[in-house]
Design a protein around this ligand. Structure first.
Ligand SMILES: *Cc1c(COP(=O)(O)O)cnc(C)c1O
Length: 322
């Protein structure tokens, strides 16, 4: 077996330089109500205010910035129905690189339209009968496109790590950091930043209760694959961690926790009502888990990464209605 060379914090630093002036340095917000509820000091890193509405822009822009002249000319291909597609679409437009996005034929019309607006070519596939990875790979081979996966890629995860880097630079060391977990790009990048900037900080990944493959993987020591989980956290419906992401998570993450859909809705309500923020269900994972662990966090300085805010408003209203 080929051994992977895992990216390091230096790659996160290099990514931060590449995205500077292109990605937003998102705000870190606090809430007295949250601090009182948890008996802790909580710092929210708000990637729901990132360009295109989620941290995915960081990794995508970093990865595309590293393309050589030939790669730029031929273009990029990505498969995603969600935020990775938008991140690649926007980054490609900014860098003048042609983009092809493979999306399921039943993807929400608004998402397909948004991706087209970025100038990307959308290729649809039937999610019940066709394999999107195979389609992506075939396009890459036939047209000379470079395939950029949503999480298991050194440049993607190094880019995602810049959010935690900014958080530590702004607020200093923390006792605990909670990070949403799907395929592990955000968590593994955050781990590189955490171990460099706040080595004693406890680092927790948080995934949906219905899809705890990451928790099972961390506890068993090897990647566990599950069926696509049914959860409202659509950004974390991944079936398994990647080889790069798991390599870092296994080494650097203290534990992986879960949150139920009901806890996510409670957190969404809280963000809307008290902090006036629209946060998508997946973006609520970190806060939901921190709330559930309040007893252990008393008196601590706690970071929570809010990963994104992209949600169809009809769906948002339906979830929040009692
Ligand atoms: C992609 C995504 C996640 C999960 O990120 P991974 O890098 O796959 O772990 C979490 N929240 C939002 C909003 C996302 O778009």
């Amino acid at each position: 077996m080929q051994t992977l060379v895992l990216p390091t914090y230096d790659d996160v630093v290099a990514a931060a330089q590449r995205i500077e002036g292109h990605a937003h340095r998102t705000p870190v917000l606090t809430s007295r109500t949250v601090d009182a509820e948890l008996g802790a000091q909580v710092f929210f890193k708000c990637e729901n205010f990132q360009r295109m509405g989620a941290f995915k822009f960081r990794g995508a822009f970093n990865a595309l910035s590293k393309f050589d002249a030939t790669q730029r000319k031929h273009g990029v291909v990505a498969f995603s129905s969600g935020n990775h597609a938008q991140g690649i679409g926007l980054s490609a437009r900014l860098l003048g690189i042609p983009a092809t996005i493979v999306m399921p034929h039943d993807a929400p019309a608004a998402k397909v339209a948004a991706t087209r607006e970025y100038g990307a070519t959308v290729v649809s596939y039937d999610r019940y009968t066709q394999d999107r990875e195979a389609i992506g790979r075939q396009l890459a081979e036939q047209q000379g496109l470079t395939l950029i996966p949503p999480y298991d890629h050194p440049d993607i995860l190094a880019g995602q790590g810049t959010a935690a880097k900014e958080l530590f630079e702004e607020v200093g060391p923390l006792d605990a950091l909670f990070v949403c977990l799907g395929g592990g790009g955000l968590l593994s990048g955050s781990a590189l930043a955490t171990r460099a900037l706040a080595p004693d900080c406890k680092l927790y990944g948080v995934e949906p209760e219905a899809g705890n493959d990451g928790q099972q993987s961390l506890r068993s020591g090897s990647i566990v694959k599950i069926d696509t989980p049914k959860t409202i956290a659509d950004g974390a419906q991944t079936q398994y961690l990647g080889n790069y992401t798991f390599g870092i998570i296994k080494r650097d993450v203290d534990d992986i926790l879960t949150a139920s859909d009901a806890q996510l809705v409670e957190a969404m309500r809280f963000f809307a009502e008290r902090m006036k923020m629209v946060v998508e269900p997946t973006g609520c994972l970190g806060f939901a888990a921190a709330r559930a662990m309040a007893d252990e966090l008393k008196g601590q300085r706690v970071g929570v990464i809010i990963s994104g805010g992209n949600i169809d408003l009809d769906n948002y209203a339906r979830l929040l209605a009692r």
